[in-house]
Design a protein around this ligand. Structure first.
Ligand code: NAI
Length: 778
């Protein structure tokens, strides 16, 4: 027998990891768990079983939290929060380091328990989940240490409710808990019902680290408990899970003033160009779709291969699939473990069974007997309209299609409601770096896939949710600006007798697509000064005007591709042109508001424009040194089309403060002027017209904020909606935004002090960080 033949006929023997320690830990806890509230475990009560999906064996019994459990956890977190925050960054950092060290010390126990509970291969739990969880705590210990020096203008939010899924139980816990604690918050976390054990082991670790009681609280249970947390008196909800539940949480928290971050589903493209290193791309694919049985939100589940190499690539892929080993997750030789639960197995099976398109391939590999297993599956020859090219399967099922040109690859890749991640393979650096910015995704991996690090923020765009976890950008979800706020008060227009100051018709139009446009309704409203004199009329925008303005904004996409240098010049120009007409605008503001702040307001507006101009070519991204061969380029991209209801009380400054940073970053805006005092905005059209602002970049509507809020927030071509109206429309906007899960920034019951420069906050809200992982170095 030749050596080659020996190698080819040799099979792996099983190499099982011992479960003794993990089972002993469960026995120590009595195999029954209560919740972890205020630093102690509560007595176990009525609940449900947590099973090993690979065998069906019961591992432990967990308690279903009641309303009173959730209340106790929130009270404990609330009580602990001020002291925890007062410890200061360095004080908190010590605990985060301690947690990281303990996770490291007990990493084998965590890995085995995770694998038992979730069904993931022990290799993955051991080499990926647990080390990344530790890394997250180390990284955020550093963030706590640096908070006071580097983030002097922000403070903790308070109590955070956190709801996590079952695919990366401990890792998702660490993504949620580490940044929250670092920034001085306390938490109430609910692990997923299928996989709560490592969260409970983590609670044990919190005790060992001497973490003050109430800082971390863990309650177990199903979606009903999740709903209780969402409804509780918490300051923020952080959720990772399905898009449908994310949408429900958006609706449930609308208008509540609670912060919200959602990390939801995906259908991420995996693009292979004809010049790719095919063998590497095949290995990458194994990681992309068979890692964690494909139960990964950013799984490369949609394979797109360039036509010239498609046949050869698929042939190689099928051969590689034949070699995948599926079975006991605790066996170190296993590539594909168990699906988390029979419910998820049924979901996957039903989705695949319902598909009639394409050609399916499942390798003839030995399947384990019993347990929740699903074979690695490839469905070739699909088109973008096929259900499985659009729906997240969340299982080991890869769907594939082909493309001819790079342009077509981008189009097919972006043909999805999601935007979490994308992978591309090419040996041509020009091509790779040309395509990466065109992919609509929060993360892009070049010649690699499924790489993560605490330093590189993770999160999506579109219906993959909003907010980032990790990196500096991830911290903003756990902080709020320092300083006092004033309650919002509704500003009503002045009344008058309708007598015109002069006989000419002074009805201002709206400003859409660079043109002054009459309102669709044909209706207008009078604007009176404080003494009741008629100052003019403005059009009343309706849903059609909103649609026209959004269409114009969407059409001005090229603005996002212009250079910061060009945008800076245009913003300076707007500032200069406004400055030249300062007196006229100051008089206008004074005549509308009946106050004397016009001059200061115009001066501040000019400064906002100059500040935005200054930032236009400086608000850069970062390069993260990630501990993998490569760097992550954290690029700041414009959010897209931003709709805003501008402040009533500062008719010019409120509008300029929103517009300037937004367009500086390459966004297009649909602004609704101050409702009671709209005429400074309508005068502003002329400034825009004389300042080379391309049509459609800035669109201005007038009329009722209530009328505009809903169609704007519901419009699918709008990417973000902000409201600074004195009419609290937060609830309307946030519920209507749930459709395409657009970003919202609403003032709720708090007024903004426009005399202060909030440019940095606006720049941040006007951009999305996209992390592009590029091979670099050795
Ligand atoms: P899910 O979204 O229902 O569950 C995630 C978490 O949310 C769990 O802790 C669950 O108890 C909780 N939850 C459920 N309903 C809730 C509600 N109304 N309010 C508050 N919390 C609630 O996900 P599920 O059912 O486990 O999986 C269904 C599908 O979701 C999967 O097939 C997959 O497509 C997707 N999914 C996506 C994940 C991601 O990371 N993007 C993670 C898990 C699931």
């Amino acid at each position: 027998m030749s050596i080659k033949e020996i190698f080819e006929t040799m099979d792996y023997g099983p190499a099982p990891e011992s479960v003794v320690e993990a089972l002993a830990w469960l026995v120590d806890q009595g195999d029954r768990f209560g919740h972890f509230i205020d630093g102690a475990f509560t007595p176990p009560a009525d609940g449900f079983e947590s099973r090993n999906p690979a065998t069906g064996e019961v591992l432990a019994t967990l308690t279903q939290a009641t309303q009173s459990d959730v209340d106790s956890a929130v009270i404990a977190a609330r009580k602990a929060q001020p002291k925890w925050e007062a410890l200061g960054g360095p004080g908190r950092a010590k605990y985060l380091y301690a947690l990281a060290r303990l996770l490291q010390k007990h990493s084998r126990l965590f890995a085995v328990l995770e694998s038992l509970d979730n069904g993931k291969p022990i290799r993955e739990a051991r080499d990926i989940d647990i080390p990344l969880a530790q890394r997250h705590f180390y990284y955020h210990a550093g963030m706590a240490q640096l908070m006071e020096a580097e983030l002097p203008d922000v403070q903790a939010l308070g109590v955070c409710g956190q709801i996590i899924p079952w695919n990366f139980p401990l890792l998702m816990l660490s993504w949620k808990i580490a940044p929250a604690l670092a920034m001085g918050n306390t938490v109430v976390l609910k692990p997923a019902e299928y996989t709560s054990l490592t969260a409970l082991l983590f609670a044990d670790i919190c005790k060992q680290a001497g973490l003050p009681a109430g800082v971390v609280n863990i309650v177990t249970g199903d979606g009903a408990v999740g709903e209780m947390i969402v409804a509780a008196e918490v300051d923020k909800i952080a959720f990772t899970g399905s898009t449908s539940v994310g949408r429900r949480i958006r609706e449930a928290t609308a208008g509540s003033g609670k912060g919200l971050t959602l990390e939801l589903g995906g259908k991420s493209p995996y693009i292979v160009f004809d010049d790719a290193d095919i063998d590497s791309a095949i290995e990458g694919l194994v990681d992309a779709i068979w890692f964690n049985q494909g139960q990964v939100c950013c799984a490369g589940s949609r394979l797109l291969v360039q036509e010239g190499v498609a046949e050869a690539f698929h042939a190689k892929l099928r051969i590689r699939m034949d070699k995948l080993r599926i079975g006991n997750p605790l066996d170190k030789c296993i590539d594909v473990g168990a699906i988390v639960d029979p419910v998820q197995l049924d979901t996957i099976s039903a989705l695949v069974a319902a598909n009639t398109a394409g050609e399916m391939y499942q390798p003839q590999i030995k399947m384990p007997e019993g347990g929740c297993f699903y074979p690695p599956t490839l469905i070739e020859g699909l088109t973008t309209s096929d259900t499985l090219m659009q729906e997240e399967i969340f299982g080991p099922v890869l769907v594939s299609s082909t493309f001819r040109t790079p342009g077509e690859a981008v189009e097919i890749a972006n043909n999805t409601r999601y935007g979490l991640a994308a992978t591309l393979w090419s040996e041509n650096i020009n091509l790779a770096l040309d395509i990466a910015p065109k992919l609509v995704a929060g993360v892009v991996w070049i010649n690699g896939t499924n790489m993560f690090d605490a330093a590189a923020g993770f999160g999506g765009v579109r219906e993959s949710g909003f907010g980032r976890e990790g990196g500096w950008e991830g911290l903003s979800a756990y902080t709020r600006p320092k300083g006092k706020t004033k309650p919002l008060t509704l500003i009503k227009p002045f009344k008058g007798d309708g007598a015109p100051a002069d006989p000419l018709d002074r009805t201002a139009k709206m400003y859409i697509g660079g043109k002054q446009t009459r309102p669709d309704s044909g209706y207008s409203q009078a604007v009176y000064g404080k003494s009741g004199s008629l100052l003019g009329h403005v059009g009343l925008a309706n849903r059609k005007d909103v649609r026209n303005a959004v269409e114009a904004a969407a059409g001005a996409k090229a603005w996002g591709k212009t250079t910061g240098h060009l945008r800076a010049q245009i913003l300076y120009y707007i500032g200069e042109n406004l400055s030249a007409r300062a007196d006229e605008f100051a008089n206008r503001v004074n005549s509308m508001t009946g106050a004397k702040g016009g001059k200061a307001e115009v001066e501040a507006s000019v400064q906002r424009l100059f500040t935005a101009a200054a930032w236009a070519d400086k608000y850069d991204g970062q390069v993260h040194n990630v501990p993998i061969r490569g760097v992550a380029l954290a690029m700041k991209e414009p959010t897209g089309v931003i709709g805003a209801l501008c402040a009533d009380e500062a008719p010019l400054l409120g509008l300029v403060s929103v517009m300037a940073p937004a367009i500086a970053m390459g966004n297009r805006v649909v602004l609704t002027a101050s409702q009671p005092f709209p005429l400074a905005a309508t005068d502003f059209y002329q400034v825009l017209e004389t300042s080379d602002v391309p049509g459609g970049v800035v669109n201005i509507l007038t009329g009722s904020h209530t009328e505009v809020a809903k169609p704007l927030a519901a419009h699918l071509n709008v990417d973000a909606v902000w409201s600074f109206s004195s009419n609290n429309l937060s609830s309307t906007i946030e519920s209507a935004s749930a459709g395409n899960l657009k970003r919202t920034w609403v003032n709720n019951s708090q007024a903004v002090d426009w005399s202060l420069d909030h440019s940095k906050r606006f720049l941040q809200a006007a951009t999305e960080v996209k992390n592009i992982w590029v091979p670099y170095g050795e």
